[in-house]
Structure formats: C-alpha cells, structure tokens
Design a protein around this ligand. Sequence first.
Ligand code: BG6
Length: 286
Amino acid sequence: MQSAVRQLTANNGQPAIELTFDSASALVYLQGAHVASWKSDGITEMLWLSETANFAPGKSIRGGIPICWPWFGGYWGEEPDRAQHGFARVADFELVDFEATDIFTRARLRMVSDAPYPEWSNRLALEVEIVLSDGLGIELITTNTSDETVEVGAALHTYFQVSDVTRVQIPELMGLSYKDKVRDFDTFVQEGEFSVSEETDRIFLDPPAKVHLIDPQSGQNLKIESLGNTDLVVWNPWAENAKKMPDFDDQGYLNMICIEPANALDNRKVLRPEQRFTLGKTILPV
Ligand code: BG6
C-alpha cells in the first residue's frame, strides 16, 4: 500500500501538498486549504475545476472545494464591503501534521493569516483536516480563541464533476424544505425528484446526514456524508451567470454541481470562548 504526503509547487507556482493513498490522490493548495483535485482511482477526476480558474495569491480557485468561513454568502454584520463567503478561501495555511498509514493518509492544515477585517482579528482559529482513503474526508475545525461568544457560518463548497448536470439526481432532497436564493429566499418544498434545468441556488434545510449524487450517464455515484451542518446548499449558475464570471468557463456549468454542507443564513453556530466546532464531510464512490 502506498501512502504519502508531499509538498510541491502546483499551478502557477502556488504551494500545495499532494496526498496519495493506494491509487487515490488529492491535491490541496495551501492558500485556502483548497482541495483542487481528487482522483479516487488515480485517473478519474471527481471534482470539477473551471478551465479559466485563477491560481494566484488573493484569488479563490473556481472549482474543487473552496472553504466558506467564517460566514456563508453575503456578510450578515453591519460592516460594509466584507467578502462574500468570508476570508478563509484566500487565507494562507500551513501544514502542521500528517500521517500516512495502511488505512488512510491524513493532513492537517492551520490558517496562519490573520483576518483581514479588524472586527474578526484574533477571534477564531481554523484547522482543516483532509483524509484520503477509499473516499475523501474534509473537516473544518473552528475554535473560539476570544473571550466572547462568536457566531460562525461556514460551508464546504464542493464542485462535483458530472457528465450532464440535467440528468443528475440527489434522491434525498425530495420532500425537504429549501430557501431559494433565485426567488428572494422564499421557502419552498422540493416536490418530486430534484433536477437541474436552470439557475439553481437552494439552501435545503435540515438535510439528512447522508445524500447520494447519482450520475446515470457515467454510472459514477457518490455518497456524501456530512457532519455539523444545518443546511445543504445546491448550486448551479447556469449559462448566463457562468458567462458573467471570467473564472467560470462558458460551458462548464453543464458538467458541475455544487453540493455544500453548510451553516448558512441565520443558522450560524454560536461558539463560547474556547468552544470548538467541526463541520465536515466524507465523500465515497458507491
Ligand atoms: C454558492 C451560493 O454557494 O456560491 C451562490 O449559494 C454563489 O449564491 C456561489 O453565487 C458562488 O459564489 P462565489 O463567491 O464563489 O462566486
């Protein structure tokens, strides 16, 4: 069994680490602790990455698993001009610890940049643990390092590679309530099978811990098991919005779907001083 963690420079000279376990591999950029590639068999890419993605300091990578933290979506506080999805996705991380064993390969990263906003400075610590085995596991471990309560929102904004987004199914969404970002955040119930045929931006409430992503065309199905989330966000920008984003290649929306365990909107986690909170998920080919 081959199992290792090695440091390397990846796209555009950006520092990264590669985890390998048997024939599986994962590439993680240190900026944003951003998993940009996961090949469960060493050949098939499971994560979608835009052909026009940026690989540069201060720019989030369009694809893979960006981390939304310490808030999801637009900022809820009073201060203006705070970045959408928080600041962790462009923060610097360092490798603090790793383990390469017969049953998994594991790397733990720690955010080393201070928050770019004064009101968030020295409030929280963030560690990201990535585990590669038959599947891919990722955990965000937040610790309140201040002496006040702090509210934390987060998401594991995972872009999955699919053959044809109009044909994918996520059976467990049927019957769930969701807030629809495309329709003023009004609440609806998912009647019938969920499918994508237009811009889709839904925050599913109280989702089950396990959902499946079924890709009938490739037969490549995944089980996604989440932990610590109150919500599951499902997003596809569709054609017009994809065109508006320079880092989103024009046709890419047909081959991706984001499924994101999250603590979104008002479902922020309130942490007491020293309290820890883990948001995580494991993705397993089935
Ligand atoms: C999703 C949101 O999680 O992320 C969408 O629900 C948003 O509303 C999308 O457009 C992409 O966000 P960003 O900041 O990476 O372009």
